[in-house]
Design a protein around this ligand. Structure first.
Ligand SMILES: Cc1cc2nc3c(=O)[nH]c(=O)nc-3n(C[C@H](O)[C@H](O)[C@H](O)COP(=O)(O)OP(=O)(O)OC[C@H]3O[C@@H](n4cnc5c(N)ncnc54)[C@H](O)[C@@H]3O)c2cc1C
Length: 388
């Protein structure tokens, strides 16, 4: 999704010599020992939807394709234990069959549990439960690349050095993720005529306990894959508990918005999830529009959208209600990398926090990840080039 990375990482520039696709996660420790003994780099890969080059095999060697390690091992009260290649759609289905909801999943719900914990961070459920660092990961089994053919278990906060680490601190061979009693959800489509009305409605929705609440400006709305959106107006969409929908719709009307649709069923709520986070930008790019985006957060998104608009050409906002405040994909016409970096600097100067999806280095919890990596990967074979 990054035009900067499309220039730096064109298809074919970095290739693996081998794809290793185990059928069981139990085979992973033995594979890592073979890599350790022969000095072959290993780049783990789930569904390959990571959007900033995290699973690119910079040093060649082997790609460890974990998609066949896809079993849901156990659904318990408040947790689900899975192999790393289990698709979150399958995990969610298993959990719902047991009367529970997964705490969180990304807009790429077809991605794998190992890839989401290894390279993602947030999604449907984030408003209530934060990111993948905030209790979602109950426990991990990790295979080091140290010749030991072993695994170890990391529970609770001990698991954090292996979260969003792109595999440089070991390969996740099983994951225990948090669940909660299932609720009855509705997909709610609202519309507004201007940014202030849209954001006021979005903020108001927090009171109703949404699982997701997103907003898009009109040029982004045009490419959303749902017949329920009003394409000429700002779209506000939310996954809400069924018993709050009437009150939430009343609020939207009171604030000057309208209600386009309220839809029942998991397909409907999944469709809304699939139009959140990076997806509206992705749909716009798929239409041929050359743009870049910056993942951002902070009050200026509510309070000073015009100041943000003045920084970059043709700014468009996709907003998400975050765990605390607001998050956004700030979209703008792409010129070159220098323009992207200047944009980040300008946004940070006005108090907007930016996470750049235009570079591939591990950029969260760096001190702890730097401390753990040499112990689990003494030869530096795991996903080389991602830890600066
Ligand atoms: C359109 C679009 C929308 C997106 N929306 C979201 C979103 O809502 N929220 C979000 O967080 N992300 C989002 N992403 C990013 C990405 O899709 C997710 O993070 C996804 O969950 C990654 O899973 P995957 O199976 O595709 O992993 P991959 O892309 O295959 O891998 C991701 C990273 O994890 C590492 N990895 C994979 N498996 C393992 C393992 N078993 N052990 C250790 N490391 C491993 C890989 O080496 C890589 O560094 C989006 C991306 C796109 C393109």
């Amino acid at each position: 999704m990054s035009p900067v990375l499309q220039e730096k990482l064109p298809p074919g520039r970095y290739t693996a010599q081998l794809v290793v696709a185990p059928e069981s996660a139990e085979d992973v420790p033995r594979i890592l020992t073979a890599a350790y003994e022969t000095g072959v780099p290993i780049t783990p890969r789930g569904a390959g939807t990571g959007n900033y080059g995290q699973a690119t095999p910079f040093a060649g060697g082997a790609v460890l394709d974990l998609r066949r390690c896809n079993r849901v091992l156990e659904v318990g009260d408040g947790f689900v234990r899975v192999e790393p290649g289990a698709k979150l759609t399958d995990v969610d289905a298993a959990v719902r069959a047991a009367g529970q909801d997964l705490w969180m999943f990304p807009s790429t719900k077809g991605s794998t549990a190992g890839g989401f914990v290894g390279g993602g961070s947030a999604g449907t459920g984030t408003i209530e439960h934060g990111t993948t660092y905030d209790g979602y990961v109950r426990s991990l089994t990790v295979a080091p690349c140290d010749g030991s053919s072993s695994t170890f278990t990391a529970d609770g906060v001990e698991a954090l050095p292996y979260v969003h680490a792109y595999g440089v601190t070991g390969i996740l061979t099983s994951l225990t993720l948090a669940t909660e009693p299932a609720r009855d959800w509705r997909a709610v489509y609202l519309a507004a005529d201007d940014y202030t009305t849209g954001t006021t409605i979005l903020r108001g929705l927090r009171a109703f306990g949404p699982r997701l609440a997103s907003m898009d400006e009109v040029p982004l709305v045009a490419h959303l894959p749902s017949s329920y959106v009003d394409r000429d107006r700002i779209s506000v969409r939310a996954i809400l508990p069924a018993d709050t929908v009437t009150e939430a719709c009343d609020l939207a009307y009171d604030l000057g918005g309208t209600v386009s649709a309220v839809v029942e069923g998991v397909e409907a709520t999944d469709l809304l999830s699939g139009m959140s986070y990076n997806h509206p930008v992705y749909f716009l790019q798929q239409s041929g529009y050359r743009c870049f985006h910056l993942e951002s957060a902070g009050d200026p998104l509510w309070q000073a959208p015009d100041a943000i608009r003045s920084l970059l050409p043709h700014v468009l906002f996709h907003l998400e209600l975050g765990h605390r405040g607001v998050q956004a994909m700030i979209v703008a016409d792409y010129v070159d990398e220098e323009q992207v970096l200047a944009g980040i600097e300008g946004l940070e100067a006005m108090g907007v926090a930016v996470h750049s999806p235009h570079q591939w280095y591990v950029d969260r919890q760096l001190p702890v990840i730097r401390a753990v990596a040499p112990r689990v990967d003494p030869r530096g074979l795991l996903n080389p080039g991602k830890l600066a």
